[in-house]
Design a protein. Sequence first.
Length: 128
Amino acid sequence: MFDIGFSELILVSVVGLLILGPERLPHAAKTAGLWVRKIRRSINSVQREINAQLDQEELQQKITETNQRILKEGQSIQNTITPVPESYAQEPMRETADLPVSEKADETNVASPAPEKEPISEPTQPRG
């Protein structure tokens, strides 16, 4: 990680021994080791979360691509089962503005059936 050789470790330990002394050096080394372990653990945790997020995005993209492919295949199957007549395929859709007035009236004045009403029953009185 830091590319530290054996000679550098010996130098650091000698300087630490001179500065801290033989009584505090083991405790300082233990504390430094704990801090390094915690830092490594949190770095590994962040890497795992990033990799999981990337995997999730990759899966979502594959699902989207598969859905689009399935929809295209379904559309092509639908077209082979019920082919579109050539007159519809070549002729653009007409809008109501292009229609004569009589055809507009027919389309807009289509009456919808009235909802059926249920007969109202009169309340019955209990016999007693």
